[in-house]
Design a protein around this ligand. Structure first.
Ligand SMILES: C[S@@+](CC[C@H](N)C(=O)[O-])C[C@H]1O[C@@H](n2cnc3c(N)ncnc32)[C@H](O)[C@@H]1O
Length: 232
């Protein structure tokens, strides 16, 4: 296993990873699963769905695939929303080893059905830079790439899971320039969610014309941010 990565249990019993050199965890220490469920699925995906009930597809971009927790929770949602096709692009310049992914305890918290358990393994093992049909209504594209060097595809994404390391650990991913790139890639009425609620982040998103909401955070965290791109 990568010597710089250690598996840790968070307060809800689910695992996260600790990047030892950065002294930074991949999720909230108060509960990895609770954080992902609340910030990305409930306040991101469910919010988007409630405003786009007639849409046959959704384009999601995740910044930082990491453990694959957000991805597998979204796969679980796809299994329950068969009329919606999920296109899920995830960026990860430093993929975790499959051996590490195998040790994560997320399967314990997922429905006890063979398919989803197999899909967690498949999402780590599948090829990069290629559309992979993980389910009939879920297409995964893993890109081994930094957000900074990704080409800007205007108005492409309905939903952004912005799950970079914290601004004080990886400031280069929270600059006005990067946020501008993200805003450009969002479709009108597209939704951006992140666990951070830093004042500077909110000011930057507002200055880019997004409608910014400060929401209560997941357990153990006061606030989070959701921003919506105005419709045309
Ligand atoms: C907070 S963790 C993400 C947690 C992840 N979403 C999960 O469910 O486990 C941040 C992730 O961003 C990745 N990352 C680091 N630098 C990046 C960059 N420049 N662009 C995109 N992702 C990056 C890290 O390797 C790490 O996996």
């Amino acid at each position: 296993m990568d010597k710089n990565i250690r598996i840790m249990e968070t307060e809800d019993g689910s695992h996260t990873l600790l990047n030892i050199a950065m002294n930074e965890t991949y999720h909230s220490r108060h509960g990895a699963l609770q954080e992902s469920e609340y910030v990305f699925i409930e306040q991101g995906l469910y919010y988007w769905m409630s405003h786009h009930q007639a849409s046959p597809q959704i384009q999601i971009m995740e910044v930082g695939m990491g453990t694959g927790l957000n991805a597998i929770l979204t796969v679980r949602e796809a299994m329950q929303h068969l009329g919606l096709h999920f296109y899920y692009t995830t960026l990860e310049p430093y993929p975790i080893e499959e051996e590490t992914a195998e040790k994560l305890n997320y399967l314990r918290f997922l429905p006890k059905i063979y398919t989803i358990q197999a899909k967690f393994r498949e999402l780590h093992a599948c090829e990069w830079e290629k559309d992979v049909p993980l389910l009939e209504n879920f297409t995964l594209l893993k890109r081994k790439q930094k957000l900074e060097s990704m080409e800007t595809v205007p108005c492409c994404y309905d939903l952004i899971y912005f799950d970079a390391f914290a601004p004080n650990k990886q400031a280069e991913l929270w600059t006005q320039e990067i946020l501008e790139k993200i805003a450009e890639m969002m479709k009108p009425s597209g939704v951006f969610v992140t666990y951070s609620a830093k004042g500077q982040l909110k000011r930057d998103l507002k200055s880019l014309g997004l409608e910014v909401e400060t929401l209560p955070g997941p357990p153990g965290k006061a606030e989070m941010v959701r921003a919506v791109k105005p419709s045309l």
